[in-house]
Design a protein around this ligand. Structure first.
Ligand code: AMP
Length: 282
């Protein structure tokens, strides 16, 4: 695997490969790689000729009181994992490369509407940071195909919309959520859970599944289903940010005629804020 920090150097290599007819696949990450990330690389491998990963802990997507400094950085281990699955290139830019003027950038990318609900309510600047860095990475690396995880379903929807709205010549693919044995969605933030908290955190998935079962059995009183789920999570020690039953196509509150539903939840268990979701087809 070629590990490159310099954007011009990696761009030159990738453009040469593109000219030779190779399809470039990209998985953008913030590192601290786990099986969830690796599943995206493996999925991309079946859609491209040259597989590129990026590791960049993006300061622009963290709010002032969030965990940027504490975010786990494990580059050497990450490199070993990517080498073991035959990734071709790893791009590891620094903050100065991506944001030469600091994160108070001249240009940023704002995706409307989809960014306003769910995570956007508590993290108002977050998706502007995500969309901006992903644009920068796309412009440097010129991928043909990019895989995002459904674990961050709203993020996937936003970036998919950005690519469509701006006519970017990129195919976006969504990878399924990879979970720990107890059902908890894998996340770099799970390592901040104590053993006891990790056991309790399994309730997030269970609550989403229980809500899905009620919807599948015909219940459409979404407001009260949400309240029941929030109560159940609070009883287990979660501080709930949101538990929402949405239309999976636009993330607006689901109505009883919607047939593609997304149950999405963000909740703190101790220090980390955990995300999970489930698509329900009616
Ligand atoms: P991150 O490093 O957290 O920015 O995540 C990089 C990519 O990995 C994003 O597209 C995430 O949605 C995806 N991802 C993170 N955790 C998982 C998981 N448990 N299963 C599948 N994809 C994941």
């Amino acid at each position: 695997m070629k590990i490159i920090q310099n954007p011009h150097e990696i761009q030159k290599d990738l453009i040469t490969l593109k000219k030779a007819g190779k399809k470039i696949g990209l998985i953008p990450t913030m590192g601290n790689l786990h099986r969830g990330h690796l599943s995206l690389f493996k999925l991309a491998q079946t859609h491209c000729d040259v597989l590129v990963g990026s590791i960049f802990v993006n300061p622009m997507q963290f709010g002032a009181n969030e965990d940027l400094d504490k975010y786990p950085r494990t580059l050497n281990d990450d490199i070993k994992k990517l080498e073991s699955i035959n990734v071709d290139y790893l791009f590891t830019p620094t903050n100065d490369i991506i944001y030469p003027l600091g994160t108070n950038v001249n240009t940023s990318i704002e995706v409307n509407r989809l960014t306003e609900r769910l995570c956007g309510e508590t993290r108002p600047e977050h998706f502007r940071g995500v969309a901006t860095v992903v644009n920068i990475l796309f412009n440097i690396l010129r991928p043909d195909v990019v895989v995002f995880g459904k674990k961050d379903y709203q993020q996937y929807m936003i970036l998919n919309a950005m690519v469509k709205d701006l006519f970017m010549p990129i195919e976006i693919i969504a990878g399924e959520i990879i979970r720990e044995e107890n059902g908890l969605a894998m996340s770099s933030r799970n390592k901040f859970l104590s053993i006891e908290e990790k056991q309790k955190a399994a309730e997030l998935r269970k609550t989403i599944l229980a809500t899905a079962a009620q919807i599948e059995s015909g219940k459409r009183n979404y407001g009260s289903l949400q309240q029941e789920a929030i109560q159940r999570l609070q009883n287990k020690g979660f501080k709930v940010d949101y538990f929402e039953i949405c239309n999976a196509l636009d993330l607006e509150k689901a109505t009883d005629t919607d047939s593609q539903i997304l149950i999405a939840c963000a909740a703190w268990m101790g220090q980390p804020r955990l995300l999970d979701n489930l698509e329900v087809e009616l």
